[in-house]
Design a protein around this ligand. Structure first.
Ligand SMILES: Nc1ncnc2c1ncn2[C@@H]1O[C@H](COP(=O)(O)OP(=O)(O)O)[C@@H](O)[C@H]1O
Ligand SMILES: [Mg+2]
Length: 325
């Protein structure tokens, strides 16, 4: 078997834009455009990029919570894009998601015990009464919540505790792969580190594989083995975390990472401020989508969409005029 748990090949997701009185299709948003990457078992791939660049759409398309327009998603070597609903149900257990907003994603009328039992019922796991109770208590202890949480309701918990409940709910079905969609962005800074550390501990303990979406680059560097950068639906660079910070090739990556203070560059830190707005994904610029904001753009960048350059086994970028070290 391949060493990769997940392989995404040329994944695209286009949303139709409807308008006018008749609701006719007047355009389309290419939210995810020909994205390819792989994640090894036990690895964390970070995914960063400005708001609206397609991170959530990519994460949800991989799990088929929204249907990809084209492309392949290989989970343990098998393309799940064409799986039937019953095949999908079986695999869904293995692929879970944790959402950004722990307030919106828990039903306020259900107790924590019911919230954690529901996915086990759907997948017919731990059906005996004693076995189920033991499983619920194990889940709570895994996310460091007390046993008496079982009979309480979501409103009785803080944001950080609610996100722990969401993590426990994802773990309830014994997943192997979890999409973490900005899981700490809505939390107070003081509890963000606790939740990130919990996710890292669980990963070690349970051998989990993560796609970790975030816009906080410090968090991403901390948790990720490798980081992928998206711009306007495209994956423009992927590399090991340390390499992206020190040796980014794509000017967009360079600009993004220059915005954060870093121990190795402290004191001699040149922050790059990008000019202009993010173009509309409905009508992306010709050539490299980043070219109108790029200080390094050449003629070819305004004409042709860049192909992938493999700088090393682990470092890929799409740019005709990369940053030299
Ligand atoms: N259901 C939808 N219908 C139409 N457009 C959508 C839909 N969901 C997302 N989009 C568009 O797709 C693009 C990517 O969105 P999203 O994946 O949410 O980005 P991110 O998570 O990086 O902020 C945005 O331009 C957004 O407006
Ligand atoms: Mg998002």
């Amino acid at each position: 078997m391949s060493e990769y748990l997940l392989e995404v090949k040329n994944l695209c997701k286009t949303f139709p834009i409807k308008g006018g009185l008749l609701g006719r299709e007047v355009g389309a948003v290419r939210a995810v455009n020909e994205v390819s990457f792989k994640i090894k078992k036990g690895e964390t791939l970070g995914l960063v990029g400005e708001s609206g660049c397609g991170k959530t759409t990519l994460g949800r398309s991989i799990l088929r919570l929204i249907e990809p327009t084209s492309g392949e998603v290989l989970f343990k070597g098998k393309d799940i894009v064409n799986y039937s609903p019953s095949e999908m149900r079986a695999i869904r257990r293995k692929m879970q998601i944790i959402f950004q907003d722990p307030y919106a994603s828990l039903n306020p009328r259900m107790t924590i015990g019911d919230i954690l039992s529901e996915p086990m019922d759907i997948h017919e796991l731990h059906t005996g009464k004693e076995e189920r109770k033991a499983r619920l208590l194990k889940l709570l202890s895994q996310v460091q919540l007390p046993p008496d949480a079982l009979n309480k309701y979501p409103h009785e918990f803080s944001g950080g505790q609610r996100q722990r409940i969401c993590i426990a709910r994802a773990l309830a079905v014994e997943p192997e792969f979890i999409v973490c969609d900005e899981p700490v962005s809505a939390l107070d800074v003081s509890v963000q580190a606790q939740v990130v550390n919990l996710l890292m501990d669980l990963q070690k303990e349970l051998g989990l594989t993560y796609l970790f979406i975030a816009h906080d680059l410090k968090v991403v560097e901390y948790i990720s083995n490798r980081v992928a950068v998206m711009y306007l639906g495209n994956m423009v660079e992927v590399a090991e975390s340390s390499e992206l910070y020190g040796d980014a090739k794509h000017p967009y990556t360079k600009a993004l990472f220059s915005a954060i203070p870093h121990p190795t560059t402290e004191g001699r830190h040149d922050r790059i401020i990008l000019e202009g707005d993010i173009p509309s994904p409905m009508n992306p610029p010709k050539g490299c989508h980043f070219n109108p904001r790029c200080w390094n753009a050449k003629d070819v960048c305004r004409e042709t969409f860049p192909t992938q350059t493999h700088h090393s086994d682990t470092h890929m970028y799409r740019c005709y005029n990369p940053i030299s070290k």
